[in-house]
Every structure is written in structure tokens, then in C-alpha cells.
Design a protein around this ligand. Structure first.
Ligand SMILES: [Zn+2]
Length: 370
């Protein structure tokens, strides 16, 4: 069994996103409903970890609040102040589709700081891997505004600390959330020391973001890989993408740490995504990512929770990833798998293969690590 840490905190479930109509604000023609980025999926994943017995095998890592100076390593001071003001008042939107409730500022700092604490535990060798089950999520947050439910860019802040405080050289971010990881692209698109890989649904959110042609600029040429898979992609497409793009890119770049932006909104049950992945898909891509980490960086992996909105299915997709992180089965089977695994369209299709071919052709441009 691998020594695996878990970062979680009750306050992560108290970040209140209020009412909405799907991901959009409600109004007089768009009837109010619960917000999709709610505590439920995260709390139910934690619940299944407990019920399955895996929680007892995880090393609990205590989160801390991130310092403002750590957050302004990426975000503008004006933006951080704006979040603080909204949170201290009656709430509001921190940018685009990013609800802030009472106390959300402090909770977002605790989420970012939890990820930083997870990083410290991995880099110091207290655990080999860690999963940060945090809210609010981070991989859409930009320098000067929140986007797509994301307040602070946890993965960017973690990468900066890994390099600036712990002195790591090369860091890779692998993002399997169904939406494009635009935070890390904005932060590191010109940086050859950070390899950013995002596998997402083609031109979905943010709109116009995550194009395959955005492959890194200037000195960072080749170090940003976008794989915009067609909607409807499933098990075959994701596994093929990891085999021919993600793993070869990681082996070529040889990072000293791999950060995973772990969203489960690529699942077939997801109300916001249009992919058809199931728990064995997440198991497979986690397994391959961990095997690559074993080969290049002593298995050092830090996973940060991002999206995933199916209350029924996120827990089972998450459990599969935790089983891989720990390196042993929980004994709890995914009850949905007999329906989703054999369903039509799970095999790799030619139009999906064409996108993966194009991305695979970019692997040779990834900067080669020492
Ligand atoms: Zn997402």
C-alpha cells in the first residue's frame, strides 16, 4: 500500500453557492434551482470513503489558510480584495459564474492552503501521494477574476510553491476535468519548467479556450498540451489519449512532481459534461498517471479536486481513483459499471482518434527533462 494523504475540512462544505439555474444565474424566465457546484458530490465522496473503509487507510493532512501573499503570487491584489469584500458583505459574483457567499473568502483561502499543505506533505515525504478534497475548485480562476465556480487557482499556487519554496525544477499538471484548465495555461503558457496538459471536451468552457493550437508561447513552446476531445468520448478515447499523449509527454518532460486537476464531470452521469466515462475510465487514467509518476518522480503525485456534478456517480468515480492512489481495492464495487461499461460508444471512434493523433504529434515538441 502507498502512503496516501487526504486533505479535507468541514468548512469546504460550507462555501455557499446559492441558487442558480444550472450553471447560469436565475432570473424571471430561468427558474431558480440548486447550484450544481454544491457540497453534495464532495460530501458523498467523503462518505463513500468512510463506508468503504478507505478513509481509515488515508493519512489526514491538516489544512491551513493560505497567506494573502501566497495567493497574490498569481492573483492581483485587487481581485483578492474584491473576493474578500463580497464574502464579508452579502456575497455576489467574483467574475463570471463564480458565486461568493458569506465566508467564501476564508474558505477559498483554506482550500488553497489545504492544497499547499498537501504539497508540503508530499514533497517532505510524509506521504507519497495526496488528494485534496477541497471546495471551491480552482482550475478556471484567472489572475484578475473568478471563472466557472473557481475562486483561487489552487493548482497554480501549488506549482509556484513547489518551485519557489521547495526548489523543484520541473512540475507537470495533468487536468482530466471535462472543462479546459485555463488557469494553469494562463499562468504557465510561456514557462518551459511547467508542463500543462488538459484533456477536455472540445470548445465547451471557457468558450473558445483549450484549442489544440495553443501549444505554449515563447520559451514555453511545446509545454502546453490541449487535447479537445469531441463530446461523446468515453473509455476508449480517454485510455488511448493517456497511452499516446499524456504518458509519453510526462516521460519525456520528466517532472519532479505531478499535480492532477481531478474533475469527475467527464462521467456519463454528469449534468454539465457530455462525455461518457465511467469509474474504470478514471481508474485507468489514474493508474497510468501514477505509473508514469513512479517512473519519473518517485511516485510523487498531488491530486486537487475540481469539478464533477453527478451526486450519484462522483463518489464511485472518486473511489476508483482513491483505490489506485492507495494501491489496493476497497471491496466496494461500482454498482453502475455493469450498465456503463458495455454501453455503445465506449470504444475509440475514428473522429476521436483524429484529435488524439494530432495531440500525439505534439509530444515530440514537449521540452525534454534531464
Ligand atoms: Zn469541470
Amino acid at each position: 500500500m502507498h502512503r496516501t494523504g487526504l486533505v479535507c475540512h468541514e468548512h469546504y462544505f460550507w462555501h455557499h453557492t446559492g441558487a442558480s439555474a444550472g450553471p447560469l444565474p436565475y432570473n424571471l424566465t430561468n427558474q431558480p434551482d440548486g447550484h450544481p457546484e454544491s457540497p453534495a458530490t464532495k460530501r458523498r465522496l467523503l462518505g463513500l470513503l468512510e463506508v468503504s473503509g478507505l478513509l481509515d487507510k488515508l493519512v489526514s493532512i491538516r489544512p491551513r489558510a493560505a497567506e494573502v501573499s501566497e495567493v497574490t503570487g498569481f492573483h492581483t491584489p485587487e481581485y483578492v480584495r474584491r473576493v474578500q469584500e463580497l464574502s464579508a458583505g452579502v456575497g455576489g459574483d467574483a467574475g463570471e459564474l463564480t458565486p461568493i457567499g458569506t465566508g467564501s473568502y476564508e474558505i477559498a483561502l483554506l482550500a488553497a492552503g489545504g492544497c499547499l499543505a498537501g504539497l508540503d506533505a508530499v514533497v517532505r515525504g510524509e506521504v507519497q501521494r495526496a488528494y485534496c478534497l477541497v471546495r471551491p475548485p480552482g482550475h478556471h480562476a484567472e489572475r484578475d477574476r473568478g471563472r466557472g465556480f473557481c475562486v483561487f487557482a489552487n493548482n497554480v499556487l501549488v506549482t509556484q510553491r513547489a518551485q519557489r519554496v521547495h526548489g523543484l525544477g520541473r512540475v507537470a499538471i495533468v487536468d482530466w476535468d471535462v472543462h479546459h484548465g485555463n488557469s494553469q495555461e494562463q499562468a504557465f503558457v510561456e514557462d518551459p519548467s511547467v508542463l500543462t496538459i488538459s484533456v477536455h471536451q472540445d470548445n465547451y468552457y471557457p468558450p473558445g479556450s483549450g484549442l489544440i493550437g495553443v501549444n505554449g508561447h515563447g520559451r514555453g513552446q511545446g509545454a502546453n498540451l490541449n487535447v479537445p476531445l469531441p463530446p461523446g468520448s468515453g473509455h476508449g478515447a480517454y485510455l488511448d489519449c493517456w497511452q499516446r499523449v499524456v504518458v509519453p509527454a510526462l516521460l519525456r518532460f520528466r517532472p519532479e512532481l505531478i499535480i492532477v486537476s481531478s474533475g469527475f464531470d467527464g462521467s456519463v452521469m454528469d449534468p454539465l459534461g457530455n462525455m461518457i466515462c465511467h469509474s474504470d475510465t478514471f481508474r485507468g487514467i489514474a493508474q497510468m498517471t501514477l505509473a508514469a509518476a513512479q517512473e519519473v518522480c518517485g511516485g510523487r503525485v498531488l491530486a486537487l479536486h475540481e469539478g464533477g456534478y453527478s451526486t450519484a456517480y462522483v463518489p464511485f468515480c472518486g473511489l476508483a481513483v482513491f483505490e489506485e492512489l492507495l494501491g489496493g481495492p476497497s471491496g466496494v464495487a461500482d454498482p453502475f459499471l455493469p450498465i456503463f461499461a458495455p454501453m455503445g460508444g465506449q470504444e475509440l471512434m475514428p473522429h476521436q482518434r483524429a484529435v488524439i493523433d494530432a495531440a500525439a504529434a505534439l509530444v515530440g515538441k514537449v521540452p525534454r527533462g534531464g
